[in-house]
Ligand binder design. Structure first.
Ligand SMILES: [Zn+2]
Length: 247
């Protein structure tokens, strides 16, 4: 159910972004941060937003929640609907611990190889799964692999979700050490940035990759201190308010 009027509405409301949205361009991290900061996850200059994708996971998510508790941080969890359906009680613990939930799609498939109706169904189904398991209606969306297509934008709008990517990642899905994860983040992170990590290894290249993620969090605390930033969820980051017409 993709109405042309809605597609036009998305194009208009995403302003200049929609005219040139291509996955290749949006995957250029530095460029998207400069041209469409709200979408990239650029927010208040005294803030770093911390986000986790691919959960919930019965092992990784509790370990991440414990680490966040020790640091006194809250974060945003972009959940896979399929994982939520398998582990609804883990999804519920994320909200119970005070964190923000968001949508990463139902299955972890690149939107480039899916039809409009398929993407639309997937995002709506994922949002419904997150809401059912947590009792909270999510407001943000990040597509699998960060590949945001026009179909992604339309599906997100229909589900009442704003797309948010990231400005710095830890490549923790392939990393075997906290040093490597923290070093990768450190080379990219700037004040106002959004960090992408993973609380699940369900699509990672390294089994138990979340262990390096968890171990890297204290180093992220040092990085944030050096930047003069607090660490928190996207809901406190101000990225869409700053982005104005783009969201
Ligand atoms: Zn993912």
């Amino acid at each position: 159910m993709i109405r042309p009027a809605t597609a036009l509405g998305v194009a208009a409301s995403t302003a200049a972004v929609a005219g040139w949205v291509t996955p290749a361009l949006l995957r250029a991290r530095v460029l998207r941060a400069a041209v469409c900061p709200g979408l990239a996850g650029v927010g208040r200059p005294d803030s770093v937003a911390l986000t986790f994708d691919d959960g919930p996971d019965p092992q990784g998510t509790p370990a991440v929640l414990d680490a966040l508790d020790r640091l006194g941080w809250t974060a945003t969890f972009f959940m896979l609907g399929g994982q939520v359906a398998r582990y609804p009680e883990v999804a519920a613990t994320v909200v119970a611990a005070g964190h923000e939930v968001a949508v990463h799609g139902f299955s972890h498939r690149n939107h480039l190889v899916r039809g409009l109706a398929d993407v639309h169904r997937d995002v709506a189904r994922a949002a419904a799964a997150v809401t059912a398991a947590t009792g909270v209606r999510p407001t943000s969306f990040r597509p699998p692999y960060g590949v945001l297509t026009m179909g992604s934008l339309i599906a997100a709008r229909h589900a009442g979700l704003r797309p948010v990517l990231w400005t710095a990642w830890g490549r923790d899905w392939e990393a075997r050490s906290a040093q490597r994860v923290a070093g990768t983040i450190g080379r990219q992170l700037r004040p106002g940035g959004t960090v992408l990590l993973h609380d699940s290894d369900c699509v990672a290249q390294v089994a138990g990759s979340w262990r390096a993620t968890v171990a890297a969090l204290p180093r992220l605390a040092e990085l944030a201190d050096q930047l003069g930033c607090t660490v928190g969820p996207l809901r406190d980051h101000g990225n869409h308010a700053q982005a104005g017409s783009e969201s």
